[in-house]
Design a protein. Structure first.
Length: 104
């Protein structure tokens, strides 16, 4: 976040959630926002965390993040939402279950 490296353990463990994004077809570009903090579980040269917002590409493998608070928005910015599997705390969710723009 803003050039500062933070470890997962620095987040509140009792209020930490996980979100994973995995493509099933072509690459999918996505963005999501949270009401708390967010960090990527593994470093990536493609995906970017900007404060409470993430811009990423689900290509090969699974993109995993840890966050606090709630997911306030999730949208596919390039590609098909049908090609993206989203899991929150291990439970599969449809992209359409989330607002596409952050709420106030």
């Amino acid at each position: 976040m803003n050039g500062t490296t933070r470890s997962i353990s620095s987040l509140n463990p009792s209020g930490t959630h996980t979100i994973s994004l995995e493509r099933t077809g072509s690459d999918v570009e996505y963005q999501f926002a949270v009401s708390g903090t967010v960090i990527r579980s593994h470093p990536s040269s493609i995906d970017r965390v900007h404060g409470r917002r993430v811009l990423g590409t689900a290509g090969s493998g699974v993109d995993r993040y840890r966050y606090t608070g709630d997911v306030t928005a999730l949208a596919v910015t390039n590609g098909s939402p049908d090609d993206l599997i989203v899991r929150v705390d291990g439970v599969r969710r449809s992209v359409s279950n989330f607002p596409s723009h952050p709420t106030a």
